[in-house]
Structures are given as C-alpha cells and as structure tokens.
Write a protein of this length. Structure first.
Length: 131
C-alpha cells in the first residue's frame, strides 16, 4: 500500500520528518534557560552578578565549587555581607585549586573569576576587608 503513494507525498513526508527532527534538535540544544537560583532576599545590585556566578559554577560542574557557592548564598540570605565577601574569596581560592588540579578548564575558571569579581564589586564598601 505504501508503495502506491505518489513520490510527491513521499517528498512532503520526508521534508516534514526533517523539520520535526530539526525542531527536536534545537529544543535539546537550547537547554534549560531558567535563571540560576539565588536567594530571594538578594539585594537588587547583587542579583545579576550572583546569578552569573551561579551560571559559571554550574557550567564548571565541580561539586566542591557548588558547595562553596552554597556558602555564598547562605551569607547573602542571612544578610551577612561581610561573610558573603569571605565566602566569595573562598570560592575564588577553591576555583584556583580546582583549576590547578585540572578538574576545570581555563575558560571555566576565567568565567568564575570574572563573575566573582563582579559580585565583590557590588558588595557595599563598608564590608570590604582592610589591608
């Protein structure tokens, strides 16, 4: 029965199948574009840099870094911005150690360093460490 179908129908069916396959590939490739979870009470000026830090750490897929980022979130959530600064500093140190151990790439480490720098830049001056 299928062999009796005109060639035009086969061509339309093949084109439709290719279109469906392309849409599936694009949907899978786009991934999950939801924003990284950050504490709800994050100050407005920290929301974007902290979300970018979450994204950078998530992309690195290093469990130790994710745990250290949890410390940053806990400090922000509790309003302890001095502790948040210390936790970000520890995340930077942990990222460097993870890079040296070759558990993340140079590019992944650079993304984390840049995002951490942006978070630190948004923390109020009054909580900065004195040299």
């Amino acid at each position: 029965r299928l062999r009796t179908l005109p060639s035009e129908v086969w061509g339309v069916a093949a084109a439709f199948g290719a279109l469906v396959l392309l849409l599936i590939v694009l949907a899978v490739a786009s991934g999950d574009n939801t924003a990284a979870p950050i504490p709800e009470n994050t100050p407005a000026e920290l929301r974007e840099p902290l979300a970018e830090l979450h994204e950078a750490v998530d992309e690195a897929e290093a469990p130790g870094l994710a745990a250290t980022l949890d410390d940053v979130d806990a400090a922000v959530e509790s309003g302890e911005l001095a502790s948040a600064r210390n936790a970000v500093d520890e995340l930077v140190d942990a990222t460097a150690r993870t890079l040296v151990a070759e558990d993340i790439s140079d590019g992944q480490a650079d993304q984390i360093f840049e995002a951490a720098r942006d978070v630190l830049a948004e923390l109020p001056e009054s909580v900065r460490k004195r040299s």
